[in-house]
Design a protein around this ligand. Structure first.
Ligand SMILES: N[C@@H](CCC(=O)N[C@@H](CS)C(=O)NCC(=O)O)C(=O)O
Length: 251
């Protein structure tokens, strides 16, 4: 566990940030060693904090953490993406456009999905849970979350429509970028794909049911167009590991 690229995962679970990083690394042709991400809470027998070692190594506890060779650990998506872009195979697609005009669009869109108060942040506070609490769950914040998520889905859909008119199937420009991978992966949390793409495991059954329930929330359901579905399926089946390899216990 001291060489190559190591990323922390929870077996059997498509934890959405890990799943996205896995897909980014897949596109970039980066072989990964999967490392078990220690769960929140305390060890039942010893009472020790299960994430103490992760915290000691990285000064944080979020999933996924990425290690590469002897470099410092990367815990934040924008650094993980930059690392993947640097260490990817020479013939792999570039996920960050070289032109700064397009880079502005890619990182702007990524921030609406991955940053604070973005799509996933709001998805996490839809329900009151230990993870939701960590991200500032309150009745008011939770009530506002579907509207914010819907606004983001609507913005993506409008962009896909405009891109289609220009003859592009991608979110920015005429080729795949990081935001296609992030969005296709994250959209699974409101539009779960069939088992041929996202297999059901003993560990993810409840999560997939939660994702299905998200797709029924009125504000969100209204924005889920055929275009959103077509883009998701196109990106996941063309560029990502498909079916997703999750570990855990398949059903
Ligand atoms: N640090 C990551 C965020 C990843 C993240 O939010 N992971 C969640 C699960 S989806 C998590 O592990 N939260 C628990 C924690 O932060 O300890 C980033 O900004 O890229």
């Amino acid at each position: 566990m001291t060489s190559g690229t190591r990323v922390t995962f929870v077996p059997g679970i498509p934890a959405i940030f890990s799943e996205a990083l896995k897909n980014i690394c897949f596109v970039k042709g980066i072989p990964l060693t999967r490392v078990l991400h220690p769960p929140m809470g305390v060890d039942e027998t010893t009472g020790a904090d299960r994430q103490a070692k992760l915290y000691a190594l990285t000064a944080q506890t979020s999933l996924p953490t990425m290690f590469h060779e002897q470099e410092r650990p990367r815990n934040v998506w924008i650094e993980q993406l930059a690392l993947a872009e640097r260490i990817g195979a020479h013939d792999a697609p570039m996920l960050i456009p070289s032109g700064f005009e397009q880079r502005l669009e890619v990182f702007g869109l990524c921030a609406t999905l991955l940053a604070e108060d973005g799509f996933i942040w709001n998805m996490r506070i839809l329900i009151d849970s230990p993870l939701g609490q960590k991200y500032g769950y309150s009745k008011e914040a939770s009530a506002a979350a579907p509207g914010k998520m819907a606004e983001i889905i609507g913005m993506i859909d409008t962009r896909l429509e405009a891109q289609a008119q220009r003859g592009s199937s991608y979110l920015v420009g005429d080729a795949l970028t990081a935001v296609d991978i992030y969005w296709a992966t994250f959209s699974m949390s409101v539009l779960p794909p069939p088992a041929e793409i996202m297999p059901v495991t003993r560990q993810n059954r409840h999560m997939l049911r939660y994702f299905e329930a998200n797709s029924q929330i009125q504000d969100i359901a209204r924005e889920l167009t055929k275009r959103i579905e077509t883009h998701q399926r196109f990106i996941l089946t063309t560029y990502c590991e498909c079916p997703a390899v999750l570990g855990g216990d398949p059903i």
